[in-house]
Design a protein around this ligand. Sequence first.
Ligand SMILES: Nc1nc2c(ncn2[C@@H]2O[C@H](COP(=O)(O)OP(=O)(O)OP(=O)(O)O)[C@@H](O)[C@H]2O)c(=O)[nH]1
Length: 946
Amino acid sequence: MEVDEAEAVQLIDGEGEFAGESAERFMASAGVAVCGLSYAVVSIMGPQSSGKSTLLNQFFGTNFREMDAFRGRSQTTKGIWIARCVGVEPCTVVLDLEGTDGRERGEDDTAFEKQSALFALAISDIVLINMWCHDIGREQAANKPLLKTVFQVMMRLFSPRKTTLLFVIRDKTRTPLEHLEPVLREDIQKIWNSVAKPEAHKDTPISEFFNVEVTALPSFEEKEEQFREQVQQLRQRFANSIAPGGLAGDRRGVVPASGFLFSSQQIWKVIRENKDLDLPAHKVMVATVRCDEIANEKFSCLTSDAEWMDLENAVQSGPVPGFGKKLGYTVDVHMQEYDKEAIYFDEVVRTAKRQLLKSRVLNLIQPAFQKMLAHLRTRALEKYKTELNLTLESGKGFAASVKDITESSLNEFDQGCADAVIKHADWDYSKMLEKVRHDIEDHTLSIREKKLSELTNHAKEKLRKALVEPVESLFDAAGHTTWASIRNLFKRETEAILPEFQKNFAGFEMESASSEGMVSNLRDYARSIVDNKAKEEAGKVMMHMKERLKKFIRYLSLYQSIARSSELVLVFARFTTVFSHDKDSIPRVWTGKEDVRAIAKDARSAALKLLSVMAAIRWDEKPDRIENILTSTLLDGSVTSKGASSSSDPLASTTWEDVSPKYTLITPSQCKSLWKQFKAETEFTITQAVSTQQAHRRGNGRLPPPWAMVAIAVLGFNEIMVLLRNPIYLFLLFVGYLLFKALAVQLDINREFQNGMVPGIISVTAKLVPTLHNILNKVATDQQQQQQGRHQEAAAEAPQPHPQQQQQQPQPPPPLLLSPRSPVSELRRLHVPFSPVRKAASPSPSSSPSSTVSSPRNVGEDQKPRQIVEPNNESNNAYSILMVYTVQLELEGYKGGKTGYTVVDMALPAYACKKPQHAPCRRPPEIHAAIVFFLQSSSDLPVGER
Ligand SMILES: Nc1nc2c(ncn2[C@@H]2O[C@H](COP(=O)(O)OP(=O)(O)OP(=O)(O)O)[C@@H](O)[C@H]2O)c(=O)[nH]1
């Protein structure tokens, strides 16, 4: 319900209960609460039905209930009522008190009178005391007990405020006020004097506590017009009553209007409890409560402030530009509201409550500020990372980049923090600044490690590339200067790469000790590359050599049970290389004139040299005695003596003299056992070579001795003459000779009889008929070819066909140096389709064999032009016409479906006879072994391929 400003409400009911709810409504509707200190409180006391309500209504335009005179005189006002004066500035609140000396309460019930009087004195600036004119000067006047009560309760107020007592004399008579007032004042003084006072105020004059004013009004009932006129004049005195010199008292202890209701309630509570009323303490208490209420209200306003909520939401997702400015403005608004409302309360209390409010506000907004700092921290770190990357990419030095960007990032963070703080708080963001600094330092360290690691890895990769393959190559050609070459290589490459590395990390501004340490580590790494390569390369080379050796073994059918250890493979490889090649690395052709034992010794010596090279890693130039020891003990044969004691055997040890164990690859005792095994296995090779040489010599000495030839001529003279006289016999003899010769070549008589007479006869007998059949077929084939040749000659004489037709004719088979039907030519024919690379490299059938694919390990060797020994007509030896024919078989590629090639590179001394090309050729043992090897290998091929 809206309360009109003139509408009076009950503040305290007749039972003495404070009507807080209706009073609050009144305060809100009458707008008193916002008046601050600019308000005045007026009360009226007086006997019952003395026209108090009538006077107030006429004075201030209020609507207090008045007694209806036509219904009889009775109590109208019960308790205390309150209303706001109409048209009086400043805001004036008026209290209408229950009349004293009322019949309703009885003669002895004066408690409420005293309580209400004290209440009126405590909260009012002006107290109107309504009294009848005819009571002045009377001893038993009705106002005398009232005044006594007022003065007595006044003494119960500590530090009482100075109140104006305005005596309103009603129904004034013809006696002028000038005569009435002294009498009244005298009565008042008498009453004041009669009141018991505390010792401190015993002699205090009444003027210390009261401003006594007196006025008189005509009767409202009899002289209403005059009454109204004089009331209007009197009303003027209530305008600006609180101004200096105004009607109001000194207003000490006045509380702000917003606290008026609370203050009144508390005062009434104290009065009801019959306690002394300490107005200053009450004022502080009111201020405390009210400031608390105001602070709570303002804090609540802030928490629901739209700008604050928007700001708080925004800062959750990222930094807010102008955060401090926006937040400071919002806080300012609410703090100023507090100041505005609390300004009239006790200053000490007000300030204390303001501080409390401020700390609550800061606690509320600090998480948002911390969030803002977190965003700034993240942004500073991101900026640092980005700019560092860009700067490093531009090539600027690492340390200089870090210094510049750190400074700029921290400055930006600092500015962001300064922008985020508010003037109300002295928030310290130095800890966050330290965190950002640590973030940057951590990131810098990680990037530094990463960059240094990249540089180191790059240098290591360069070292690896620069050392691995050259070292591998040097080990391939192991010899006297191998380790010297490796040392030179190591020195050259490290001196080229390490300074470049040192130059690259100069930008990191490292301490010289760290820098040198890193270079030293890299140098150690380079050494480890060589060391590891020395070990690994042995393994790799062993594998290759083992493969090669296996093929060589297949070729010669010699080494069937060797290569039990990888070191032995190396030694064997060197041996077979030397043993099978001459000094110019040309495949050796056994002519029968070589000194096989001397060659074998050279081969063993070379193998031993390889063994000595591979026996240890030599980083220093200090010569060692490994080769000498190996030569003297192994090559000269002393080691083979079974009775050699360990004390005289320099190889009976696990370490080399002057060689560190960590640099030892093959120990002396290992060398010794390897050599024993090597000698045992190679002995057979040498024996085989000697046998081959002897067979060769036998082949060259097949003509019968001269005495036998003379005996044949003498004893067979008649038969010779018969043959000479009969050409048919001579022809048949010639044909028979040719047939026998062809059979002998085809059957390889010498080889068949190598295993003994009886096995030879059996073998030759079994092969005789098929061989004869082959020869006859060959003769028939030759005749057909001759006829085809004649046809072609005839066709050549005929008109030439169109070039395209000519291209479509099938190409003739490639010319063969051997017989087209010979096993070796079959070998070549079968091999050609197997090599796709060979096809690509040799589109023409007449391409040189040197264009074939070779083993990677033999690239250097294969790149040399193949030395082909053309048939030499100048040579008298029919078997000395040699050619080097390279046979490359991808046999391994067909076995087991492997995709890679295993290239068998065999230098085969091929045989081409002086006889016509189509005649059958006799095979030397090496060719025969190669064919046997091929046929054995090709047995794994599919039937069609074979
Ligand atoms: N004689 C005379 N009577 C008056 C005057 N003013 C008012 N009255 C009459 O006095 C009677 C009481 O008036 P109220 O104004 O109700 O008096 P009151 O003091 O408020 O009464 P309570 O509130 O009951 O104590 C009414 O009948 C009025 O008409 C006046 O100036 N002189």
